[in-house]
Design a protein around this ligand. Structure first.
Ligand SMILES: [Zn+2]
Length: 429
């Protein structure tokens, strides 16, 4: 398996990862169902004596309506309680489809304000469209790293209904229709994250602090710092429970105490390794560009199928940790007040012997498959306002080539979408 996997191209590996999100209503015990592949995330239904509990509602009404039909085939109980594992739109955007019986909707407090209009909504929306490849063909958008490629995210968030009951304590215990539930604060991927623990069945519904990929410790759509030290603590809380069933917010369930223990332990160790190594080398004075060359997962963790970089990557995480702890300044006085891109471009062009030389060098880089350098040179040309059409054309080709080299769906989709945006600037459809 391992040998086959290492021989695969990133594109082939990512394509195979789509199988993780096949559409299926998976029975867990006789009264719990995990819905996989109905939307970007999972949803879980727990049947009680005369009512059901729903955990997360997918991202949009389209997915939620199909899910409602699927649930109706296995359960006729009214949904009287909905629990949000966290505030991300892919978990709360289908709620109104399930509100017929006036459910109580529970979340932690404070619940993120990312859902409503906020100071950076416009740019977050634009960058999320790139990260999730919302305008891409199915050949380009193989999947979204933690959900199926065919997910239509255009109605994301449309069916959101605000929580009616919130708790700010570490834990909320409740019994609903005979089901014992413990809702436990588990900040990590978001500050408002919780996991649901069913002590009688030893079922852990983890939200997004675990799914089958190296985690998105940083989201390239843009995100405030995700506190990784706290994320590690939340994984420890999950481990302490010794669950028999792990139902994640994305990807397939894991069944069996030993299997879960191994996965969660390695997942925690990988996250903690990246954090501790980054901090260690930051203290030695390494800059973000140097850190990403230095901090690598040890092979015994890097080879685990659930730590492949299908969504988050170690490199982005390392940069995020640096920024989270020290902010944007890398410590080098050269970078305290750098030249403008345009000013630097003028000087680089002078060094190169003129814009035409720069242009030829960019062409050579493209021909030699040195795509990153090609993009950097193309950006100088764009800053100069010279060879603009050609520079955009080269950047499109470089973006597409880099997209195919990404194992991260987020990275792949981002590059492909930027190529598409440049094409539309050039009037290419
Ligand atoms: Zn999610």
């Amino acid at each position: 398996m391992k040998n086959n996997q290492t021989a695969w191209s990133p594109e082939e590996s990512l394509k195979a990862h789509s199988y993780e999100f096949r559409k299926e209503l998976i029975p867990i015990l006789d009264h719990i169902f995990l819905a996989s592949g109905f939307g970007a995330s999972n949803s879980i239904l727990i049947e009680g004596e005369n009512a059901s509990v729903l955990i997360d509602t997918l991202e949009s009404l389209k997915g939620a309506e199909a899910l409602k039909e699927a649930y109706a085939k296995v359960s006729s109980q009214p949904i009287k309680t909905i629990i949000y594992t966290h505030s991300h739109q892919d978990h709360v955007g289908g709620t109104s489809a399930f509100c017929g019986d006036g459910p109580v909707i529970i979340s932690r407090r404070p619940f993120s304000d990312l859902l409503g209009p906020n100071a950076v909504s416009a740019i977050l929306g634009k960058r999320a469209k790139r990260q999730f490849g919302m305008s891409l063909s199915s050949e380009e958008r193989l999947n979204i790293g933690l959900g199926p490629g065919e997910t239509d995210l255009r109605g994301m968030g449309e069916g959101f209904v605000p929580p009616t009951k919130q708790f700010s304590e570490e834990k909320l215990s409740l019994t609903v229709a005979g089901i014992h539930l413990e809702l436990i604060a588990a900040p990590g991927e978001t500050d408002d994250q919780l996991f649901v623990w069913l002590p009688d069945e030893k079922v852990l519904i983890s939200g997004d602090n675990y799914y089958k990929s190296f985690p998105n410790l940083y989201a390239i759509r843009g995100t405030p710092y995700r506190d990784i030290a706290v994320w590690v603590e939340s994984l420890n809380k999950m481990l302490d429970l010794e669950p028999q069933y792990l139902l994640p917010g994305h990807s397939r369930p894991i069944i069996g105490r030993d299997a879960i223990k191994e996965v969660l332990t390695n997942y925690r160790d990988a996250i903690n390794f990246v954090l501790q190594e980054t901090l260690k080398y930051m203290n030695q004075g390494l800059t973000p560009d140097e850190l990403v060359q230095t901090v690598k997962l040890p092979p015994q963790l890097a080879e685990k199928p659930y730590l492949q970089e299908f969504y988050g990557t170690v490199e982005w995480s390392v940069r995020s940790i640096f920024t989270g702890y020290l902010g944007w300044f890398d410590g080098n006085p050269t970078n305290l007040s750098p030249l403008t891109q345009q000013h630097e471009a003028v000087k680089i062009a002078e060094l190169a012997g003129g814009a035409e030389k720069l242009y030829h060098q960019a062409q050579n880089s493209l021909a030699q498959e040195d795509y990153q350098w090609c993009m950097q040179l193309a950006d100088y040309l764009l800053a100069l306002g010279e060879y603009v059409q050609a520079a955009k054309g080269m950047k499109i080709q470089a973006c597409r080539a880099l997209a195919r080299r990404q194992i991260s769906a987020a990275g792949r989709n981002y590059y492909f979408t930027c190529a598409q945006e440049l094409e539309s600037e050039l009037g290419i459809e």
